[in-house]
Design a protein around this ligand. Structure first.
Ligand code: 13P
Length: 312
């Protein structure tokens, strides 16, 4: 393990590569990355880096977003099979048909989508900036929001909008058990419930704080004296525990505790060995059809510009 970590560091230096990791990656990968962040931060860092090689330790759409932003760079992902159930719940051809059926609607897409979906989108959002970007449009703007119905319903509820929602969801966030969270709240009455807006509304109703991975982390870091029940993919507990070593973090359990499904099986496909192999072989590499990338980059850039103006 120690040798593997040293070998990765050495290869990274030799190739001037940048390793980025999402908070849902296994701890060892987060620890070796140059940057660890939420989906917005990963896109922001990709847009800024001078490194010729980016290794995106996350899922496929994160690599695609980096590639669309940096077409001249080599973007690698340790395991090409690291997909996303939410992105899969929104096939590009079906979404394009839905968009075509509503020509008077502005299209807002969550970053958890393929480049082909982004290509028919007006502006991309992440959970960090979704509310502000939706609110940057006039109250009577007709909006399609895809693909996450839970995030979309949550934004509708807090902004008073009636965006038309695509019926997609994340298989991990759909799984949290209301009953088990209520039991945990009884057991730990002082604990603050942190929940990601990809969770179902019944779970969000139990939450004290709803936010992106970065927002939930920030809250915990600001209040380390509290204890927390965390309803999002359990990889985030690594950084939470690192930043708040004396704080108790309890992962919210899924409906079926035997399935371990508060862990994203796609995110966990990436391993240190695969990270080493992909740096060594410069493969697997993300490719995006240049015609698709040319269209997809616009709504991503728009998101980055609005976020920069909002100081996000
Ligand atoms: P954030 O890290 O942007 O909150 O998103 C979580 C997620 O769904 C990653 O796939």
């Amino acid at each position: 393990m120690k040798d593997l970590i040293e070998a990765i560091k050495q290869l990274k230096e030799e190739k001037h590569a940048l390793i980025m990791a999402h908070y849902y990656q296994q701890g060892a990968i987060q620890d070796i990355a140059d940057y660890v962040g939420d989906s917005l931060a990963l896109a922001q860092w990709a847009a800024k880096t001078e490194a010729p090689i980016i290794v995106m330790c996350g899922v496929h759409f994160m690599g695609e977003t980096a590639k669309v932003l940096c077409p001249d760079k080599k973007v690698l992902v340790p395991d090409m099979a690291a997909g996303c159930s939410l992105a899969d719940s929104c096939p590009a051809d079906e979404f394009a048909r839905f968009v075509a059926e509503h020509p008077d609607h502005t299209v807002i897409s969550y970053v958890n989508t393929t480049a082909a979906v982004k290509a028919v989108t007006d502006v991309v959002v992440t959970s960090t900036n979704a509310r502000q970007i939706v609110e940057s449009f006039p109250k009577d703007e007709k909006i399609i929001f895809g693909p996450d119905r839970n995030l979309g319903s949550y934004i509708n509820a807090i902004t008073g909008r009636e965006m038309l929602l695509w019926n997609g969801a994340c298989h991990v966030h759909e799984q949290f058990s209301v009953e088990k969270i209520i039991e945990l709240k009884k057991q730990y009455p002082e604990a603050i419930v942190l929940a990601h807006p990809e969770c179902k509304s019944v779970v969000l109703k139990l939450a004290d704080v709803v936010g992106s991975t970065a927002a939930l982390l920030k809250y915990a870091v600001a209040h380390p004296e509290k204890s927390y029940i965390v309803a999002t993919e359990s990889g985030i507990l690594h950084e939470m525990q690192k930043k708040c070593p004396n704080t108790q973090f309890i992962p919210a359990p899924p409906n079926d505790s035997t399935c371990g499904c508060n862990e994203c099986n796609f995110m966990r496909l990436n391993t240190l060995q695969k990270l080493y192999d992909c740096l060594k072989n410069e493969s697997p590499e993300i490719h995006v059809d240049p015609a698709v990338a040319e269209k997809a980059v616009k709504p991503i850039q728009r998101m980055l510009e609005i976020s920069a103006k909002l100081g996000l």
